[in-house]
Design a protein around this ligand. Structure first.
Ligand code: ATP
Ligand code: ATP
Ligand code: MG
Ligand code: MG
Ligand code: MG
Ligand code: MG
Length: 269
C-alpha cells in the first residue's frame, strides 16, 4: 500500500524557520492595542482612565488564560497585556509564532465578542487590532524584573496622565499647554501639582489605575443551582451546589516588591 502521501511540493515546508523558544525559560507574550490613541478617542473613552476599557481588557485576558494552555500569570495596563507561560511548557513544542498568534487572535476576538458587556450603549465602530511580541527570560529574576518594568511603566504613565488631564479638564489648558506645563517635571512635582491645585492625593487614586491588573490562578467557590436527580420524591427540585473552581482572578497589587512573590511562591514553582 501507499505510504503517507507526499506531493512534490512538500519541500516548501523546509522554508519555515525554527522559532522554538529556548527550553526551561519563561516565555512572555505581550500584546498592545494598535493605535489605541485614536481608538480610545473614537469610542469616547473617559480620560485618563476608562474603567470599562480596563475591565474589558481583563475579561479578554481571562479568556486567553482559560482557553490556552500553561499561562501562569498575566499583567495588564492601558492597552497592553503580558502573558507568562510556565517554564516547562511544551505547548506547540514551544513555537514562538504559535504562542504569539494564539494569544493575539484569542484576545482580539474576545475584545469584539465581549465589547457590549462592558460598553453597552457605545457601539464598536471598527475592528480593533493588537500587535504581539515574544520575549524569553532565562530566570526568575529577569521575569520578575520584566513584570516590574511594566508596572513601573503603568505608574509613570498614570501619574503623568492624571496631572495632564486634570490640567486640561479642570484648569482649561489646551493639550499643548498642559504638556508644556509638565515638561521637565519630576514625580514629586506632579504629586505637588495634583495636591495643591486639584486637591488630589495621588495615593488615593484607584489601585487599578495606579498598579494595573495582575491575573493569577486561584481557587474560587462557585455556587450553582443543580436539578436533583435522585431520590425520586425530590425529582425536579433545585439545590444549591458549591464547587471549587480554579480561575484567573484579578488583583491590583504591587508586584515590584518581594511580598507578592513570597505570598504566591507557586507561580515561579
Ligand atoms: P501603537 O499602535 O504604537 O501601540 P497607540 O496609540 O496604541 O499606538 P500606546 O502607547 O499603546 O499607543 O498608548 C495607548 C493609548 O490608548 C494611550 O493614548 C491611552 O491614553 C489610550 N488608552 C488605552 N487604554 C485606555 C483606557 N482604559 N482609558 C483611556 N485611554 C486609554
Ligand atoms: P489545529 O488547531 O491543529 O489547526 P484543526 O481542528 O483546526 O486543529 P486543521 O488541520 O486546521 O485542524 O483542519 C481544519 C478543520 O476544520 C478540518 O477538520 C475541516 O474539516 C474543518 N473545516 C475548515 N473549514 C471548513 C469548511 N469551510 N467547511 C467544513 N469544514 C471545515
Ligand atoms: Mg506603543
Ligand atoms: Mg497601543
Ligand atoms: Mg500601549
Ligand atoms: Mg486549524
Amino acid at each position: 500500500g501507499a505510504t503517507m502521501a507526499k506531493s512534490k511540493f512538500e519541500y516548501v515546508r523546509d522554508f519555515e524557520a525554527d522559532d522554538t523558544c529556548l527550553a526551561h525559560c519563561w516565555v512572555v507574550v505581550r500584546l498592545d492595542g494598535r493605535n489605541f490613541h485614536r481608538f480610545s478617542e473614537k469610542h469616547n473613552f473617559a480620560k485618563p482612565n476608562d474603567s470599562r476599557a480596563l475591565y474589558l481588557m481583563t475579561k479578554c485576558a481571562q479568556t486567553v488564560m482559560e482557553e490556552l494552555e500553561d499561562i501562569v500569570i498575566a499583567y495588564g495596563q492601558s492597552d497592553e497585556y503580558s502573558f507568562v507561560f510556565k517554564r516547562k511548557s511544551n505547548w506547540f513544542k514551544r513555537r514562538a509564532s504559535k504562542f504569539m498568534t494564539h494569544v493575539a487572535s484569542q484576545f482580539a476576538s474576545s475584545y469584539v465578542f465581549y465589547w457590549r458587556d462592558f460598553f453597552e450603549d457605545q457601539p464598536l465602530l471598527y475592528p480593533p487590532g493588537f500587535d504581539g511580541r515574544v520575549v524569553v527570560y532565562p530566570n526568575n529574576q529577569t521575569l520578575k524584573d520584566y513584570l516590574s518594568w511594566r508596572q513601573a511603566d503603568c505608574h509613570i504613565n498614570n501619574l503623568y496622565n492624571t496631572v495632564f488631564w486634570a490640567l486640561v479638564q479642570q484648569s482649561g489648558l489646551t493639550p499643548v499647554q498642559a504638556q508644556g506645563r509638565l515638561q521637565g517635571t519630576l514625580a514629586a512635582d506632579k504629586n505637588e501639582i495634583l495636591f495643591s491645585e486639584f486637591n488630589i492625593n495621588y495615593n488615593n487614586e484607584p489601585l487599578m489605575y495606579r498598579k494595573g491588573t495582575v491575573l493569577i490562578w486561584q481557587k474560587v467557590d462557585e455556587v450553582t443551582t443543580k436539578e436533583v436527580k435522585l431520590p425520586a420524591e425530590m425529582e425536579g427540585k433545585k439545590m444549591a451546589v458549591t464547587r471549587t473552581r480554579t480561575k484567573p482572578v484579578p488583583l491590583h497589587c504591587d508586584i515590584i516588591g518581594d511580598a507578592f512573590w513570597k505570598d504566591h511562591p507557586e507561580i515561579l514553582d
